[in-house]
Design a protein around this ligand. Sequence first.
Ligand SMILES: Nc1ncnc2c1ncn2[C@@H]1O[C@H](COP(=O)(O)OP(=O)(O)OP(=O)(O)O)[C@@H](O)[C@H]1O
Length: 361
Amino acid sequence: MEPEQSAYRGMRPCRTMILVNPHSGRGQALQLFTGHIQAMLTEADVPYTLVITEHQNHARELVRNADLSQWDALVIMSGDGLLFEVINGLMEREDWQQAIKTPLGILPGGSGNALAASLHHYSQSPPAWNEELLLSCGFMLCKGLVGPLDLVSVHLASGQRFFSFLSLAWGFVADVDIESEKYRHVGAIRFLMGTLVRLASLRVYQGRLAYLPAKEEPKPQTENQRGSLNNHSLLPGLDQPVPDNWTVVNEEDFVLVLAIYQSHLAEDLWTVPGATADDGLIHLFYVTAGISRPALLRLFLAMEKGSHLACGCPHLAYEKVRAVRLEPTSQQGMITVDGEVVEYGPIQAQIHPGMANLIRG
Ligand SMILES: Nc1ncnc2c1ncn2[C@@H]1O[C@H](COP(=O)(O)OP(=O)(O)OP(=O)(O)O)[C@@H](O)[C@H]1O
């Protein structure tokens, strides 16, 4: 059995690559790093190399080609989008099985910072935002404890496949995430602004949703116990019907579908109170058509305290699952994975427990 946590910083000095996206969040990631983190790392004797990303996919290309024997940890200071690039860059390597075990770290520099907020929450600390959250993540980096992180493989109808650590969203949540990017300069409050704008023009999306309930499938083994990604696929081809042990949702009119595998969707959205980084679960939420605007707003406001499931909303469903398939029939819409827009159309995903390693509290 693997230990629950190990330290990535051993007797020799550890080499950490810190990738900073200078445009993330309010465009202050580099200043936040020099103002709050630099001295902390020096004090804790953590040698690092700073890399400022110059364009989209820079980080992805860099880790795809890097000599990983030179690095003990890869850390990003940005929003969640940059970590998505790093994880997929590692998974595109020939030696992906070893590469994806490189400890990953996150310092919040975006406006959402879902993984940073989740990590802080898993450390059982009281809620923190902005600089306080940054300092908490900086402290975890200095301590250097590493634990497993679940990844989810996401498969599209075009045959594309990538890896996700946070969420898959369709409908209201995806729309708010992408449409509110224009308010990025205001920070985390952009999601509330986007929610109010989207509520005013609430849409219903048609599609079919199916999932493999966690109780139907024991927690799959971790990747390094079974060697290959294909040895334990829970997913039939997207052109095949789902197996009998899957549940097909009766409703086909949705306001939102959200599959999430961390506790927080943003710094102030505590979406899955019971989640951990390696629980082997996809937490599937969906809201069906017919919900009123005030009721939907109440759900999102309650999510700040993680009490949305106690609202008794008959339109909200929550399931713990190992795999999920979504087939939109509405002609137009947006699907996001870890906050990034992906090709619109049929999509399916499955959990891979403990596939990556994360520096955490
Ligand atoms: N120098 C750069 N110039 C332009 N885009 C970049 C640069 N570096 C990284 N990117 C891209 O910016 C995108 C957004 O990054 P990220 O999600 O990390 O920050 P963010 O969007 O500000 O965060 P949030 O969504 O929380 O506001 C990523 O897809 C990344 O590829």
